[in-house]
Design a protein around this ligand. Structure first.
Ligand code: DQA
Length: 156
């Protein structure tokens, strides 16, 4: 007889990669490393498996598409969002408003340490409406962010 735990639905997490992250591996490797986005996604999948959650991963260069994804996340039964808003971190009131309005917790991640780079990257418009931020650990930022998000969701 399977335990009741095996009937429990897995937490669904939406993982969002913002603009230009498709180019990881080739894009400024000195800053972002040599690991490609598909490889990072494999690591995120493995971490999701370890944590026992279900993830959907998307990448988009388009602000409106990202706003739509975040806006639909709750009706699409996601319980949390892990997001690297990339350049929109520093510019997008629309993304900030979407994260603030969506009604589910989000964690912001960055591969690079945005506070150690150009001044315009020091300001994140999105971090204040997220429950936390991880910045500067390369692909590990996603894994640490996912773990933090899942722990916060399980505490609720
Ligand atoms: C980034 C940092 C942003 O400033 C930049 O625009 C990116 C990537 C990061 O993951 O380090 O595209 O979000």
């Amino acid at each position: 007889m399977p335990s009741s735990k095996s009937f429990q639905k897995k937490l669904k997490i939406l993982v969002i990669h913002g603009p230009n992250l498709k180019l990881l591996g080739q894009r400024e490797p000195r800053i972002y490393g040599n690991v490609s986005l598909p490889r990072i996604n494999q690591s995120i999948q493995a971490e999701a498996k370890r944590l026992g959650v279900e993830i959907t991963i998307v990448q988009s260069n388009h602000e409106g598409e990202l706003v739509d994804l975040i806006g639909n996340a709750k009706v699409d039964h996601f319980k949390g969002i892990l997001i690297n808003p990339a350049a929109y971190t520093h510019t997008s009131v629309a993304l900030r408003d979407a994260l603030s309005a969506c009604g589910i917790p989000a964690v912001e991640v960055h591969l690079s340490n945005i506070y150690g780079r150009e001044e315009f990257r020091h300001r994140s418009l999105t971090a204040a409406v997220c429950i936390g931020q991880v910045s500067g650990f390369g692909e590990k930022s996603y894994l640490l962010g996912l773990e933090g998000l899942v722990k916060a969701l399980r505490k609720k």
